[in-house]
Write a protein that binds this ligand. Structure first.
Ligand code: GRF
Length: 189
């Protein structure tokens, strides 16, 4: 099975996924895509000798270039890992129920446009939440709204800082995202 990862930034989740599948017999990361030519994830992909593709707004929203590339490379699953653009209709239609995302909160809380990065954790602390966590979900035409596949939680302790809860969430993301991808792929023919 062939995995494509979309990421806009650092790509620490992409790193864990590439590590996880590096010696797998059943699946491989076949392509890493980014809207951001400066994204560190592209360097990480190079280190694994995984091909990369950078696209701009016009390519992504006005053409079928990205969809055609994914089809040509016979991609089975599209994994968003810190990808900040909304997925266009042509891509959703080309990969029905085969596009997933990870979000650093317990959706449906703390999701939606603009809710990413530190803003999520800040909002969680301001709301006085007693638990926090991560969500892996199918992608649809709205930000952070598709069907939930998997959630993992942890307690927010009194005195926890943004850095602490962010770190706790990242540990859960890195642990679970590769496994959830592997389990999903097992269900594909
Ligand atoms: C993660 O927290 C993920 O949940 C969110 O964006 C962040 C990406 O981090 N969608 P990284 O680029 O994988 O380090």
């Amino acid at each position: 099975k062939r995995i494509a990862i979309f990421a806009s930034g650092s790509g620490s989740n992409a790193q864990k996924i590439m590590e996880h599948f590096k010696y797998s017999d059943s699946a491989e990361v076949a392509l890493v895509l980014s809207n951001n030519p400066e994204a560190y994830v592209l360097q990480r992909a190079d280190n694994f000798e995984i091909p990369t593709h950078v696209f701009d707004k016009h390519d992504f929203y006005q053409t079928d270039d990205v969809v055609n590339l994914l089809k040509r490379l016979e991609i089975d699953i599209v994994v968003l890992a810190g990808f900040l653009w909304l997925v266009p209709d042509n891509l959703l239609k080309a990969f029905p129920n085969k596009i997933i995302n990870i979000h650093p909160a317990l959706l449906p809380k703390f999701g939606g446009k603009g809710m990413y990065g530190d803003k999520v954790h800040k909002a969680v602390l301001e709301a006085g939440e007693e638990e926090h966590g991560i969500t892996i979900h199918f992608v649809n035409e709205h930000f952070d709204e598709g069907e939930v596949i998997y959630q993992a939680k942890f307690r927010v302790e009194p005195g926890d800082t943004l850095e602490i809860i962010k770190f706790n969430g990242q540990q859960l993301e890195h642990l679970h995202y590769p496994k959830v991808i592997e389990n999903l792929l097992k269900k594909y023919n």
